[in-house]
Design a protein around this ligand. Sequence first.
Ligand code: DCP
Ligand code: CA
Ligand code: CA
Length: 577
Amino acid sequence: MLKPPTRIIGLIDMDCFYAQVEQREKPELWGKPVAVVQPSGPRGALGGVIALSYEARRAGVKRGMMVPQVKACCSEVNICVVPFGEHADKPDINKYRLASAEVFEIINTFDERIVVEKASVDEAFLDLTQLVEEMIATEGRDEALRRYASEWKTIFPTSHLAEGADKNDSYNREESFERWITGHCATDFRHLSILVAGEVIEQLRAAILSKTQFYCSGGVATNKMMAKLVCGRHKPRQQTLMPHEYASNILDKTSIQDVRFLGGKFGQSVCNRFGIETMGQLAAINLSKLEESFPAQARWLYEVARGHDEEVVKTRNLLGSVTVSKQFPGKRALAKIDDIQFWITGLSKELCKRLHEDQNANKRTATSLILSFCTTNWKQYSKTLSMVSYNPDDIYEIAWGALKLLNKATDKKNWEPPLGVLTLSSSRFVGGVLSGTRTLKNWMKEGGETSNIEKKLPAIVSSRVDDQGWEVFNPDDLEDVNTEAVNAPWETGLGSSVLPNALGYDPAFLNELPEDIRAELLHEQRLNEAKVLQVKHKPIDAKVEAKGNPKQRQKKKADLPVDEPPKKKIKDFFKKD
Ligand code: DCP
Ligand code: CA
Ligand code: CA
């Protein structure tokens, strides 16, 4: 038997976030169809749509469409292009990040009894359990009920009760809400708790709107998975409350792909394996059947199908690292020393710019610099170096000084093996601000402002160090380093934002994505890495794959046949064949 849930969890998700940032910047765009598109190259070519105002959605525009298609759907659409970075040739999402920081400032300071977990650039989970308990204890249950009975229309202007019928054509928000308040909420403490949390979220959303002009939606339930699911139920500018009792009503008709962590390939493989589409159908499959096909995820699947999810809301305010990264896929891989120096210069400048912003915002200074790169053979290397100052020239010297020793080419111009990803990242923050002229070392020696030293964050947890001090790691060696990169609950080994990703996803970019999309990209990456490793090292044993070796599968924490890559020393790796 699953234990009855005891927590009250909220989720806030900004509506069409990047589009609202553009609308606030150009107020004439409020109420109009707006599409935010990626610049696909520095020379003005445009990429696909990443955010859409609801007016554009109503005209049929979809995320991912290219501009001509968008215009065909909606001729009066306003196209806003994400600007290009100053120093590194890639989109600069800084203005959305800054807008996000404004929102998080309000969420983080709203009430100290709320535990806030930033889940992506525009989304936060809130554990409201303590606050709600204390609110009911302070006001008194009967007093609260009296207040709600007389004032509910003004207290809950945008709230919906998710009980199943709220998606029917005949649904009447006010009727349904009033019936709930005077019925279940009056007799059942668990319902009342959800209602009180709904009042908190109404107030928090109103505060966000009045201070930033941004609209958002909210969800309240007894766990993260359901809070996230119901938040989307009456979007935009609305919030949806779900007492646990209605979980099966909601899940019965919920598409498996609409559930957190099931939106991607994994969810699809669950659907395909059992020939099902809804969470209701998933709940009809018993645990041992689930274990046969998905040993690592079976328990989790079993529980979420019943509306249960134990994942805790973890405080996550500050990023553990500031990272800049650049990918050079395929033929663009860097094979010339000049090019590598050019890009390290650009990344050093970009990193410095970000570090200064971080310093201003968070009153902290990074003390370590991590240089990571990935060769075209998918191998990833990383070295933790000391930060000497927040000066781009110093950062360049340190990074290039370490990297240049690894060139396998014998002439003075070329570089071997070519580099597919270059990443500079800084971490191990200490409290306080280093002034421009002093070196970090002296500042630290003088005792500076280091009295409030933050917890030092491990840069890279699990890796092997070769005899030149380079950390050599494989995807399976990676561990989470207290960043925003979120793993699916059954996974442990992916998502470190410090590290470059073999398929070239920029970790800084990944961190800003909604977590389901990020989990999906990482999942896809894992699949591709598995393929690459198989092709390179060992053909797949079709029989073992078909039968599945439960032990081996469990060890890998995912149902993918990932072969152990050969443990080659970095020196051998760079030796000429
Ligand atoms: N984003 C992105 N690339 C993607 C998906 C999203 O850059 N593939 C950015 C743009 C979005 C922001 O992240 O505005 C938040 O993503 P959401 O999925 O929350 O979508 P929106 O906030 O745009 O819309 P909604 O109102 O549906 O939440
Ligand atoms: Ca959003
Ligand atoms: Ca989101």
